[in-house]
Design a protein around this ligand. Structure first.
Ligand code: UT7
Length: 334
């Protein structure tokens, strides 16, 4: 089963149907369409019905990715998420079961908004190790389940969604072959993006006792600075691994955190801003789903075409970051 590369061969996405506009938020919170658009570029985000969990979104995106790849089976499922259905067990085995994939390997990856890049690397690693010939890699999050309803700074930004790709064993010179990814972390910044309660440090029972904070918290400004530097530097390294200079990058598909971040990353890399597809205006920051959703939207709108020298990059809590170069293949997203 050994191969010299993992090759992208399918892409699928799913958004919960309920869209929440900036005007909707402004009716509930002390915010405005003008503030949100000018500070973030976001216009709308999708929010899952409270009866839906991350696995529900992941199954929808997974099914579509398998359809896009023309496959009914894979050897493993890797799911990136910050909002698993339960703290235990992982969500990926449930997703694999509901997709009818049998008893395949299935596990979750926790790298917050960088999760999809880490999951992609894990999937490529399974293929490189000969442990799998094909892998379904999913990024899915229901951030609405962890946001503080009263926190305008996070509610304005985050949306729910899911995206997935299929990787197969192949050759490094094929379109769609992933160039070995660049990954990094800096745990000294772990408090900048955090859900304090619900783990072993502040177990769930502290909440029952009326203590602890169950909500997602983010120190926006510090995260902003880190995100720009880390995504730009990782992307340049990823491009170098592919043998490309910055100017060779046709498309930089970056985690859709904030339009000002996308522009700053492009500027720092000296890549024209027009080469960075934008999707956050319609979906906000969808965390682990952000990169595959942006890829599918870019293909659907003609912004990403086969042959494009593409760099994917993301940044998130941990702190974590990643980037991966790929010559975009012929794929019809589902
Ligand atoms: O996905 C993981 C990676 N995440 C990111 O990369 C996010 C990075 N950070 C950001 O995108 C930005 O920092 C934010 C969009 C979160 C915030 O924008 P900012 O320009 O950094 O604003 P700020 O946090 O410095 O806040 C400026 C002001 C504050 O008011 P005061 O203290 O100056 O009176 C905030 O309370 O803006 C206020 N503010 C808002 N006002 C209206 C924060 N959120 C809102 C809001 N509507 N939604």
């Amino acid at each position: 089963m050994s191969a010299d590369a993992a090759v992208l061969c399918g892409l699928g996405t799913w958004l919960p149907p309920h869209a929440v506009t900036n005007a909707d938020l402004a009716r509930e919170l002390d915010t405005s369409d003008d503030w949100i658009r000018s500070r973030t570029g976001i216009g709308t985000r999708h929010v899952a019905d409270p009866s839906m969990a991350t696995s529900d979104l992941a199954v929808e995106a997974g099914q579509r990715a398998l359809k896009s790849a023309g496959r009914e089976a894979v050897d493993a499922v890797v799911l990136a998420t910050t909002t698993p259905d339960h703290p235990c067990p992982a969500t990926a085995p449930l997703v694999a079961d509901r997709l009818g994939l049998g008893t395949v390997a299935a596990f979750d990856v926790g790298a917050v908004c960088t999760g999809f890049l880490y999951a992609l690397a894990a999937g490529a690693g399974l293929i490189a190790a000969g442990a799998a010939g094909s892998v379904l890699v999913i990024g899915a999050d229901v951030y609405s389940s962890i946001l503080d309803p009263a926190d305008r700074s996070t509610r304005a930004i985050f949306g729910d969604g899911a995206g997935a790709v299929v990787l197969r064993a192949g050759r490094a010179d094929e379109p769609g072959a992933l160039v070995p990814p660049v990954l990094g972390s800096d745990g000294s910044g772990s408090a900048l993006i955090i859900v304090r309660a619900g783990g072993s440090r502040e177990p769930l029972h502290t909440l029952a006792a009326g203590r602890g904070d169950p909500y997602f918290r983010m120190a926006g400004k510090a995260v902003f600075r880190n995100a720009v530097e880390r995504m730009a530097d990782a992307s340049l390294t990823a491009a170098r691994r592919a043998g490309w200079a910055a100017d060779d990058i046709d498309r930089l598909v970056a985690h859709q955190a904030n339009l000002r971040i996308l522009h700053a990353v492009a500027d720092r890399m000296r890549v024209p801003r027009e080469r960075c597809p934008v999707h956050l205006d319609q979906v906000g920051n969808t965390a682990a789903a952000s990169v595959p959703l942006a890829l599918a939207h870019a293909v659907a709108t003609g912004r990403l075409e086969s042959g494009h020298r593409t760099v994917l990059t993301a940044f998130g809590g941990g702190l974590t970051w990643g980037a991966c170069a790929v010559r975009w293949p012929e794929i019809t997203p589902a």
